[in-house]
Design a protein around this ligand. Sequence first.
Ligand code: DLL
Length: 432
Amino acid sequence: MFWNEQLETMSRDEMTALQGARLRDAVTRAYGHVAPYRAKMKAAGLEPGDIRGLEDLPRLPFTLKTDLRDSYPYGMFATPLSEVVRIHASSGTTGKQTVVGYTKKDVDIWSECMARSLTMCGVTREDVMHVSYGYGLFTGGLGGHYGGETVGCATIPVSTGNTKRQLQIMADFGSTVLLCTPSYAMLLGDAVRAAGLQDKLKLRLGFFGAEPWTEGMRAEIEARLGLKAYDIYGLSEISGPGVANECPCKTGLHVQEDHFLTEVVDPATGQPLPDGQRGELVFTCVTKEAMPLIRYNTRDITSLKHEKCACGRTLVRMDKPTGRTDDMLIIRGVNVFPSQIEAVLLGFGEAAPYYLIVVDRKDNLDTLEIQVEMAETAFSDEVRAIEELERRIRREVESTLGIAAKITLVQPKSIERSEGKAKRVIDKRTLG
Ligand code: DLL
């Protein structure tokens, strides 16, 4: 089903014309009202009139998270605060919060993008939507909530935490759609099994995002919760969840590109890359009033596909993001993404999909240890069996990553569970 068929199936020529016109407006507004944009454009020798259409997009300077931090809290706003109806913020791992503002129209467009994402996978007004993303400065809860209400679902603002209560609400209120992080979906799935509630639940669809997750994780979540699991992507700087979403074809996430112009650039040169090549994802928000963003480099790693999807949508697809360039670990000179390790671990039925990656340095050499939980069914006290499984996992990890790794199997339920975004890496080299 299409929420906005005309925009979701527009021809490439029509989309390019629409994006070009919106880009011209956005650049004029940003230049006129946001001092840091004006300064950057002047430094690049650009005036708003130089940007005539989409073909001129690559001439514009990038915006980085540091630009948002440097103008903390409101320096990137293009409207007075009297026009702003909502503020969110994301803390990130270091430094000041990144603050984002929304006018009434910005909230409406965000809700429409969420509604397009949900209906893409078959959500209707008959559904009961259980939102277990955190409500607060994080955009997951309220973003999901407004999307559910826009579609007309009975939307339940459960937020995170209190897993027992979550299960009771799911069972008693007849939740059919679940929104939470993939890590929390795993935890909920385990709790459903432990409580023997599988047959009491009516869940049919799940929208999981806010962190990278693999196909292996999708299979685990679908089996535990008895629903179809879809990937939802977004970031607070651009709006929140619903910037892009998988359709049932699961061949990438459709980006709402009439609002968010999408590029993938080479991390080393900043040059735009052709379809299929992986690089950093860059967005330009062309309809946002309170905080227009011009060529914002998300640091998320993906590639694009512009050809029409089997679902009928022409909206550009981004590949499932596998991580961020700033999350990439360099271990003994080799680039390692946590998602590569997760993909290997999920191939082993004896290991549970809970793990912790510990990187350290000993005698000037980087070390990599992966602590992996054993599945409860496979738990054994027999030292030889444990060592044999560790050896098999190590061989597979080492052949995927090309570096030595130590595998330590740990007891079921010993790795800390997450209700929001999981923290799966401890890099002791960066800790004082
Ligand atoms: O995570 C918004 C969101 C909420 C998206 C709920 C989806 C569902 P931030 O806290 O600003 O916003 O974090 C944004 O999270 O740049 C990515 O690195 C990562 N991320 C978000 N969705 C996905 C996804 C929300 N589906 C940052 N796959 C982004 C991989 C994701 N990474």
